[in-house]
Ligand binder design. Structure first.
Ligand SMILES: CC(=O)SCCNC(=O)CCNC(=O)[C@H](O)C(C)(C)COP(=O)(O)OP(=O)(O)OC[C@H]1O[C@@H](n2cnc3c(N)ncnc32)[C@H](O)[C@@H]1OP(=O)(O)O
Length: 211
């Protein structure tokens, strides 16, 4: 069984650990978070600060997952770790439905009851959260988060770092700009520019997101 190091120990990582267990393909070797001042070992799992990742990465068979919900933090950590994307497997819960014609980038996690339909393409380190739908031909950049129960209909585009709030719906062919945020429960019927925050039905701008 391949070894995996989980970086981040908050609520999001609990769901990712459940995915890893359900996949029965990886063994958790280490859980890292800066909330651990020192190192300890429990039930064969090493706990310690994120700085341990460098030492662990010397073991070439060790895979990594950045289990942190904040899109910007995942991007920052990936860059700081300096590891090739191949070291970050795609983690898909067995209860997710993923089309064989879809493409999913390294480090992306796919939660239970979500659906990724035909010819969708998803970048690296994205989160396809519980019960969400990414419809056919949709194109999602790196670090995108599709929150629980959000629906991206056909041919939707989401730029790098975009967050689609829980239960939001995006009608076909709409682009959500880079690092933009769509509020929970919103209905998006117009394109959203980069770094914009929109909410409501139909969704309207509420504030610019600080870059
Ligand atoms: C497993 C997990 O937990 S995954 C995480 C899932 N998380 C989410 O889905 C969070 C989505 N976030 C939201 O919906 C947030 O409300 C945001 C990001 C859209 C806005 O947050 P903030 O920037 O803090 O905005 P704030 O709360 O100050 O609201 C600004 C205005 O927008 C309105 N507004 C905020 N969110 C929404 C929304 N989802 N729908 C409609 N209107 C909204 C507010 O009523 C307020 O209007 P007002 O100025 O007329 O009073």
């Amino acid at each position: 069984m391949k070894q995996l190091c989980v970086i981040g120990q908050g609520g999001h990582s609990k769901v990712i650990i459940d995915i890893i267990i359900a996949m029965k393909k990886y063994q958790i070797a280490a859980c890292l978070d800066d909330k651990y001042p020192g190192t300890s070992k429990r039930k064969g799992i090493l706990y310690g600060p994120v700085s341990l990742a460098e030492e662990l990465s010397k073991e070439e068979s060790m895979g990594f997952v950045i289990a942190i919900g904040c899109n910007k933090t995942r991007k920052k950590l990936f860059s700081e770790l300096g590891l090739p994307i191949e070291r970050f497997p795609v983690l898909v819960h067995p209860a997710a439905v993923v089309s064989p014609s879809s493409i999913i980038g390294g480090g992306t996690v796919v939660m239970p009851n979500s659906t990724i339909n035909a010819c969708a393409a998803i970048g690296n380190h994205a989160i396809i959260n519980t019960g969400s739908v990414v419809e056919h031909d949709s194109l999602l950049g790196n670090y995108v988060h599709v929150c629980p129960n959000a629906t991206l209909t056909g041919n939707v585009e989401a730029g790098e770092g975009a967050q689609i709030g829980a239960g939001a719906a995006i009608i076909p062919g709409i682009r959500i700009g880079r690092w933009s945020i769509v509020g929970a429960g919103s209905t998006v019927i117009h394109p959203v520019p980069d770094h914009e925050k929109v909410a409501g039905a139909p969704a309207k701008s509420i504030l610019k997101v600080r870059v």
